[in-house]
Design a protein around this ligand. Structure first.
Ligand code: NAD
Length: 480
């Protein structure tokens, strides 16, 4: 039996209610039951958090890197020590399976450790000067107060990915998690606090996008923004941030191609494609969604993929066998249903799936040859639906992969490295994985997109670049 608790905002080292005392219910996508109550933060709460973060910033920025490193390493250990309760929260509020919840916690600990190492590597520079008596230094300094706005689908890992590197670089942070999954962010704040972060260095304001997220990113006293979420919200964030010139990093949506070349065994290619398409029910920005297959193996591949899809186990989220759980809410389910229905009406063949399994769980669905103007081919479906299309050759496959306004991640399945690398160099997106599907993570890799998939890169030194400013200091060595 789950114990239903009320979670506060986490501001200046203390958990507290919102100024209006209002809360909102967080429910489990799996069965609609109440998971907990979150504080409904607003403009006034945001202002309090900004004041706290501003106050905490100088001391945190000036802390020896070894101390920032120690706090982040301790947070990683605590995260692992609390794994069981974090798994429960992730499963309950986001509808993740136990396997996905484990991935979130272990990968978040990995990210914290990778970021801890970066705290020591805020390298500056020197350069040869045109003026003989001048010495020039380039210093790397933290931005100041950073706002982090995160989505529902990786409620812990995507938050930690932004927060850990921002903290490592010496910034103080205010996080605004998704209103669908706010509680795990408060749990993270408690852990960071226990790991020794001084009050105000990491704050969480929970609430709705318009009420709580917008005043945060439009606040004049923040200095930078890291956002992971949909392209539509990314555009709104850019507009709201523009008057203050807040530095922006945006990790947005994708409609990721997976090329399957003719040398592949259709059965093993289908195994890889199924993993890339159906993890977390396709609610992954990098999910493989457009499967572009050379004609010779296209139909056997699609049929093998449909067989795998149909055999995926759907059920209890705590059952190790369960492949994925519910979509996040009813609106997400409606969108998925609409994408499938319009594609079928336009002539796509439905090889498997197409129906609700139970509640918000949608069957794994494989569509054959939907017209390329249908939503399922060109818009983010964010559900367990893949579209397979046959192409005559590699040239056509690359051209089709690039026929998208998105450009987040791609995969190329082949054992022919010349063809694989040819595709990798010509596909227009932030990452291309040869021999693997499009959903890949690495703490040090530059993750981000082309086009509508966003601006900037996160991970390792690339995050540090985003979360720091460069300053040129020149010194005249002769008498002035
Ligand atoms: P969303 O854009 O609806 O919400 C993301 C966050 O923005 C939430 O915290 C929300 O409250 C906040 N928000 C909404 N309106 C706002 C406003 N006007 N000002 C400030 N904040 C506001 O996204 P979602 O539905 O939670 O997440 C799914 C989306 O995220 C998908 O499009 C997916 O592709 C994308 N995503 C991208 C990546 C990546 O690395 N590129 C990773 C995960 C998810």
């Amino acid at each position: 039996m789950r114990e239903v608790k009320t979670y506060g905002l986490f501001v200046d080292g203390v958990e507290r209610p919102s100024t209006t005392q209002s809360t909102f219910a967080v429910t489990a996508p799996a069965d609609g039951t109440l998971v907990g109550w979150a504080a409904r933060g607003n403009e006034v709460d945001v202002a309090t958090a900004v004041t706290a973060a501003r106050r905490a910033f100088p001391a945190w920025a000036n802390l020896p890197p070894a101390d920032r490193e120690r706090h982040l390493l301790r947070a990683a250990d605590l995260l692992e020590a609390r794994a069981a309760s974090l798994h429960d929260l992730i499963i309950d509020e986001s509808g993740s399976t136990i396997r996905k919840a484990r991935f979130e916690v272990s990968y978040s600990a990995n990210l914290l450790r990778a970021a801890a190492g970066e705290a020591r590597r805020l390298y500056g520079d020197t350069f040869p000067n045109d003026k003989p008596h001048r010495l020039s230094l380039v210093l790397r300094e933290p931005l100041g107060v950073v706002a982090v706005v995160s989505p529902f689908n990786g409620p812990l890992v995507l938050l930690v990915k932004m927060v850990a590197f921002a903290l490592a670089a010496g910034n103080s942070v205010i996080a605004k998690p998704s209103e669908e999954t706010p509680l795990i962010a408060v749990a993270l704040a408690r852990i960071l606090h226990e790991a020794g972060l001084p009050p105000g260095v990491f704050n969480v304001v929970t609430g709705y996008g318009a009420e709580c997220g917008r005043p945060l990113i439009a606040h004049p006293n923040i200095n930078g923004i890291a956002f992971t979420g949909s392209t539509a919200t990314g555009v709104r964030i850019m507009q709201a941030a523009a008057p203050h010139m807040h530095r922006l990093q945006l990790e947005l949506g994708g409609k990721n191609p997976l090329l399957v070349l003719a040398d592949m065994d259709p059965e093993s290619a289908a195994d890889i494609a199924a993993a890339g398409a159906f993890f977390h029910g396709g609610q992954i920005c990098m999910a493989s969604a457009r499967l572009i297959v050379e004609e010779k193996i296209a139909r056997p591949f699609a049929e093998a993929l449909a067989r795998r899809a149909a055999s995926l186990h759907l059920g209890d989220l705590r059952d190790e066998r369960t492949a994925y759980g519910p979509l996040i809410n009813a609106a997400a389910l409606e969108k998925v249903q609409d994408h499938v229905a319009t594609a079928v009406a336009a002539g796509a063949e439905q090889l498997t799936g197409g129906q609700v399994h139970e509640g918000l769980v949608f069957q794994p669905t494989v569509l054959w040859q939907p017209p390329h103007e249908t939503a399922v081919w060109c818009e983010e479906t964010f559900g367990p639906v893949v579209a397979v299309t046959a192409v005559p050759d590699l040239e056509t496959a690359i051209a089709l992969a690039n026929e998208s306004q998105y450009g987040l991640s791609a995969g190329v399945l082949t054992n022919n490295m010349v063809r694989g690398l040819t595709a990798a160099r010509r596909i227009r997106c932030g990452a291309v994985h040869v021999g693997m599907h499009s959903f890949q993570s690495d703490a040090l890799a530059p993750v981000g997109g082309f086009g509508l998939s966003g601006i900037g890169r996160s991970g390792g030194k690339y995050s540090i670049e985003h979360f720091t400013e460069l300053k040129w200091i020149s010194v005249e060595l002769g008498e002035v």
